[in-house]
Design a protein around this ligand. Structure first.
Ligand code: DQA
Length: 140
């Protein structure tokens, strides 16, 4: 059984409340509960932090023993050399995920410090982006 973790960065704890025209009406807990049921053959966890260093600590903690990391570093995607370096430093493959199509938004969202070292990038499919990322680890 594959052991995967979803790691979510700043403000993603407000899903369902925050800019619902962009991020939808579902809370992450509701979505996660549905997703766990959809993938009964996956050991799936999730972790959220608004704090850059805590995200780096979690990436390091799981990054040598899990089968995959699904990382939505949210705004830190566009700013954090530290998270980018953490992704580079670990052995576990990382799929970068975004709910929105960051390329159709402001220019500052077009830059990612994660992408150069990610296994792949999935964006713009709403919360389904996370499911597509999980599926990508199962199709290997
Ligand atoms: C996001 C896109 C980021 O630009 C933004 O800062 C987020 C969410 C997304 O999932 O679409 O917080 O990562």
């Amino acid at each position: 059984m594959k052991q995967l973790i979803i790691i979510n960065g700043p403000n993603l704890n407000l899903l369902g409340q925050r800019e619902t025209n962009i991020y939808g009406n579902l809370t992450f807990t509701e979505f996660f509960d549905q997703t766990v049921k959809k993938f009964p053959n996956v050991m799936l966890e999730h972790f959220h932090s608004n704090i850059e260093g805590e995200l780096i600590d979690k990436i390091q903690e799981v990054g040598f023993n899990y089968d995959g990391i699904i990382l939505n570093a949210a705004a830190y995607t566009h700013t954090s050399i530290g998270i980018g370096d953490a992704v580079k430093a670990i052995m576990t493959p990382v799929v970068e995920v975004h709910i929105s199509n960051t390329f159709s938004r402001e220019e500052f969202r077009h830059k990612s410090y994660i992408s150069p070292n990610a296994k792949g990038v999935i964006l713009g499919f709403g919360l389904q982006s996370y499911e597509l990322a999980i599926q990508s680890f199962l199709d290997e």
